[in-house]
Design a protein around this ligand. Structure first.
Ligand SMILES: Cc1ncc(COP(=O)(O)O)c(C=O)c1O
Length: 344
């Protein structure tokens, strides 16, 4: 009835977080600014949900394109960037999906759903990527698509510009540069956009995770091919209306993101002063932390009602690691004192 390989998978599990300080999912901890509430609610009330939503979304795509000085036909929208990863893996030429490891798990998971082989190239002990080794693997294994998360999840680091350039210049298949953490990073790769090079983004980390809106920027010809595997009404009417409204107030969200970056730097410096823990530099809204006993620290933090992501089970060079999402200053202070108390 159901494919054997699907039956052998586990469903994506989201842990319960009631009553916890939630620092496990790279969300923006700040709610929507109250100055926007009334205008937003009025707008949603006017939205005609008896009708299917706008399928083409030209206006919204235009507004998003403008943020990067691009055109509306260079933007494709997805129900979260997860959905765009799925579209890319369905539409790319036959051949393997190549990813560094560790990286964002959905590239591999969705590849399995669509029966696409996956090849991985290990990051070194400092989580650096060897571009030549990735390119050799792609050639040997006949890869058709590469995903490069910049900054990478869960390690938080950005690949050097030369590394990304070497990969885009040395690979003929699709190269997807995933900039999910763009609001917290110091550079973008939109200058590399070409018929086979795309830049993937999401509004999730900026404060709209609940809306589910991601997008990919690319060459207009490639975007129009990818659009053929997009479900007709993939972005619901309330998300579309909210995004058009919120994009006019983007500055408020950028300010929140800057606060998150400042807090990230503060936490990093504090973590560096604690014996027995090693934080890795990050350009995202989270910090990867190495501790002597990751399971013990994870359980201890949970007892203190703080939920972080335990990366230890992933094994390899993530053994001993936890991923901490940056929260509000108060949440971060609670996290730091709990780590100080719990460290062995
Ligand atoms: C690198 C990366 N890409 C994409 C996503 C998915 O984001 P979205 O919420 O837009 O589906 C995540 C989420 O954590 C991520 O870390």
């Amino acid at each position: 009835m159901i494919r054997k390989d699907i039956r052998s998978l586990s469903a994506y599990r989201v842990p319960g977080s009631d009553g916890m300080i939630k620092l496990d999912a790279m969300e923006n901890p700040y709610p929507m600014p109250s100055a926007l509430h009334q205008g937003w609610q009025d707008l949603l009330a006017e939205e005609g949900i008896n009708r299917y939503p706008d399928a083409d979304m030209a206006k919204l795509r235009g507004m998003i394109a403008e943020l990067d000085g691009l055109e509306a036909d260079q933007v494709l929208l997805g129900n979260g960037s997860d959905e765009i990863i799925q579209m890319l893996l369905m539409a790319a030429d036959p051949g393997a999906c190549a990813v560094p490891t560790p990286t964002f798990v959905m590239y591999e998971l969705i590849s399995r759903w669509v029966k696409r082989p996956v090849v991985t190239v290990r990051l070194d002990a400092e989580f650096q990527l060897d571009a030549q080794s990735l390119l050799r693997t792609c050639g040997r294994e006949k890869a058709a698509i590469i995903f490069l998360a910049c900054p990478n999840n869960p390690t938080g680091n950005m690949w050097p510009a030369e590394t990304v350039r070497a990969i885009t210049e040395g690979f003929r298949g699709l190269v997807v540069i995933d900039e999910a953490y763009r609001p917290f990073a110091d550079r973008t790769h939109t200058n590399l956009i070409a018929p086979n090079v795309l830049v993937l983004r999401t509004f999730s980390k900026m404060g709209w995770a609940g809306l589910r809106l991601g997008y990919v920027l690319g060459d207009a010809g490639t975007i129009s091919e990818l659009n053929k595997v997009r479900l007709p009404y993939n972005i619901n009417a309330l998300t579309q209306a909210s995004a058009r409204f919120l994009l006019r107030h983007l500055k408020l969200f950028s300010t929140q993101c800057q606060r998150i970056v400042d807090e990230r730097e503060r936490i990093f410096e504090q973590l560096e002063t604690i014996d027995g823990v090693r934080p890795y530099p990050s350009q995202a809204n989270f910090i990867l932390l190495r501790v002597r006993d990751a399971n013990g620290m994870f359980d201890w933090l949970k007892m203190q009602h703080i939920l972080v992501k335990n990366m230890h089970q992933a094994g390899g060079n993530l053994a001993g690691c936890l991923r901490l999402t940056v929260g509000t200053p108060e949440e971060n202070d609670a996290l730091l004192s709990a780590i100080r108390e719990g460290v062995i």
